[in-house]
Design a protein around this ligand. Structure first.
Ligand SMILES: C[S@@+](CC[C@H](N)C(=O)[O-])C[C@H]1O[C@@H](n2cnc3c(N)ncnc32)[C@H](O)[C@@H]1O
Length: 195
C-alpha cells in the first residue's frame, strides 16, 4: 500500500480510504463504464481502482503494469473473473491482434515512467478512436533513481497527452482533508483519443 500511495502529508491508509472513492467518482463521470465494456488500467498497481470500477459497474478491466510483483498481487486483490493483468509487452501483443479498449485510466503512473511518450502512445493505440482516457498525475515528474530518490527530468506530461488526445476537462484533486501542497502539485484530466 505504501509503495502505491506515499503518505503525502497524510497517512497512507487515510489517503487510500479518502482518495479511492473520490477517484472512482471521477472515473464514473469521465468514462461512464458499462457492464460488458472493457477498460484498460495502465499502471494498475494493486488494482484498487479496477476493483472499485468492477464493483460499481460490472465492467471488464485489463490491468497493465511494468512490475511483475504488482501483476501478481493485483489478481487476488481485485478477485474478479472480470479482470486480468498483463505486462505492457503483452498488451502490445493484444493490440497487435486487434483488441481495442472502450476507455482507459492511468492514475499516478506517467509521472514515474522513464519514457512517458512511449507509454502514452501505447495507451492511444489500445483505445478505440474517440474513446476516453482518465489521468491523475503530479504536475512535475518524479522518476525513480535506483535508491537515489526521485528526479524531475522536465518532461511535460500534459503537453505529451494533448499531442495525441483532445483535452475534455481537467481539474485539481479536492480530496478531504484539504492539503494545499497536494492539490497544487497534482491534477486530473479527461481526454479523448483523436479519431
Ligand atoms: C504509484 S503506483 C499507482 C498504482 C495505481 N494506478 C493506483 O493508483 O493505485 C504506479 C504504478 O505504475 C507502474 N508503472 C510504472 N511505470 C510503468 C510503465 N512504464 N508501464 C506500466 N506500469 C508502470 C508501477 O509498477 C506501479 O504499480
Amino acid at each position: 500500500m505504501s509503495i502505491i500511495l506515499t503518505p503525502e502529508g497524510s497517512i497512507t491508509e487515510g489517503r487510500w480510504a479518502a482518495e479511492t472513492p473520490y477517484l472512482a467518482d471521477l472515473v464514473t463521470r469521465c468514462l461512464a463504464p458499462r457492464s460488458g465494456g472493457i477498460l484498460l488500467d495502465y499502471g494498475c498497481g494493486i488494482g484498487r481502482l479496477a476493483k472499485e470500477a468492477i464493483r460499481r459497474h460490472g465492467c471488464r478491466i485489463a490491468g497493465a503494469d511494468i512490475s511483475p510483483s504488482m501483476r501478481a498481487l493485483v489478481v487476488p486483490y481485485v478477485g474478479s473473473d472480470l479482470f486480468f493483468s498483463c505486462a505492457p509487452a503483452m498488451l502490445d501483443l493484444l493490440i497487435e491482434r486487434g483488441l481495442r479498449f472502450d476507455g482507459a485510466i492511468s492514475v499516478w503512473v506517467l509521472q514515474h515512467c522513464e519514457h512517458p511518450a512511449q507509454d502514452i502512445e501505447r495507451i492511444r493505440r489500445a483505445l478505440t478512436p474517440g474513446a476516453d482516457l482518465f489521468i491523475v498525475n503530479n504536475r512535475y515528474r518524479a522518476v525513480p533513481m535506483r535508491g537515489r530518490g526521485w528526479a524531475n527530468d522536465g518532461i511535460d506530461i500534459m503537453a505529451l497527452l494533448t499531442a495525441s488526445f483532445e483535452l475534455q476537462e481537467t481539474g485539481a484533486l479536492a480530496i478531504e482533508p484539504p492539503s494545499p501542497s497536494f492539490t497544487d502539485n497534482t491534477f486530473w484530466a479527461h481526454l479523448r483519443a483523436r479519431p
